[in-house]
Design a protein around this ligand. Sequence first.
Ligand SMILES: NC(=O)c1ccc[n+]([C@@H]2O[C@H](COP(=O)([O-])OP(=O)(O)OC[C@H]3O[C@@H](n4cnc5c(N)ncnc54)[C@H](O)[C@@H]3O)[C@@H](O)[C@H]2O)c1
Length: 433
Amino acid sequence: MDQVKQITVIGQGYVGLPLSLSFAMNGVSVIGVDSNEKIVDELRRGITYQTEKVGELTIREILKAQTELGTYQVTTDGAAAIRASNVIILTVGLPIDENGNPIYTAFENACTAIGENLQPGSLVLVRSTVVPGMTETYCRPILERLSGLRAGDGFFLAYVPERIAEGKAFDEFVTMPTLIGANDEKAARFAEAVIRINSTAEIVHSNSIIAVETAKVLENLQRDANIAIVQEFARFAEAAGIDTFEVIRLANTHRRVQLLSPGPGVGGYCIPNAFHYLNAKAREVRVPLPLLSLAREQNASIPVFLVEKTAAYLSAGGKNLNGSRIAVIGLGMKDHSPDDRLSPAVEICREAIRRGALVKAFDPNVSANYPYQVKTLEDACRNADALLILNTIAPGFDPLAEADVLSDSAVIIDTRGIVDPVRLPKSAIYWKI
Ligand SMILES: NC(=O)c1ccc[n+]([C@@H]2O[C@H](COP(=O)([O-])OP(=O)(O)OC[C@H]3O[C@@H](n4cnc5c(N)ncnc54)[C@H](O)[C@@H]3O)[C@@H](O)[C@H]2O)c1
């Protein structure tokens, strides 16, 4: 029963692609399925914009090698892949609309395809982050109705949250402890056999699927609230003339304290959405979440706050944001990241442009080709009235490498606390978050 024969991974995004390749590298035959034809076409041609690595080996090289070996195939034909596999892993996303409500379309389509093609004895592993309760109250009924099979008997169902951080995927599949939520023994053992293909870390079981789903959401919420704390603290520290980063460095020497750093805001798919996943369930059970809601609002307000800060500093130097040239370093949702989903940096650019600024942003990791994206740091910085340092592009990246082409009295907004003030151009006006 728990012999893994062939794995289908539904969704070939930031999680699904490296997960598929990680299994393939361990000798298991994997079919990656994605409904986006462009992604499938590019993957077939060996193209991905992800920057994951195993040692010095890039994900592109791994993709090429596993495709040539035949251990990895990719297709838009989910039906055939699911019929040919006895393990189906779901990694599609659950986006949030502008009113904070989950959009279930991708999930519904994926569950429908699985349900219609599921073979008896197969395992369905949900790895996406979900509204607590979704595996059993949303996925399971679709799978059972369309397959005519029952979970725990005709097929097996488990929830295994993905906990990797982008950029560390291949390493963290192996080393990050994994949670398995399953409410029957056979599903739990089958899921463990799948996880053991590429993991040497601790595996923690729970027979409460909803507890595992909620734990995943809470892990992300903890980071959102932690960042909100340091962002609020940073406003206080600035007014009191205390260095925020120095305080955090000192406080973190306490073994039970782990403060994160303030920055340009919180982006990416996982952390900003976590509140909305929990809130969808909280609304159902009629419980308000005032603290978590405030933390989310606090983090969501940072991009506008930073544009206002830039405007105020420009104005102190006799310039208007409207018409000023703004150089932006970093468009990804975090350092070194090609992922621009819900990126605060993109929001900062949008807001500055809305207020009449002439933005040029440099980030070679991001492949989106925004109209204001430029290819060199020098192009972004030339004659700029303000330089916004939002992330660090690559290890060892020097945000001041082209500072000598900035305009006189340029405003330098350092959201990462990484500039050495000794290296600032003489006329620069410097602000650190
Ligand atoms: N990105 C991360 O680092 C990370 C970490 C932990 C957990 N997660 C969670 O994992 C899930 C996936 O995240 P991601 O970052 O890989 O998202 P993603 O958007 O990069 O990938 C999802 C992919 O699924 C495809 N898709 C959508 N509907 C489909 C369907 N019906 N059939 C086949 N393919 C379909 C999309 O085209 C997309 O390529 C999310 O729930 C996310 O919250 C992500």
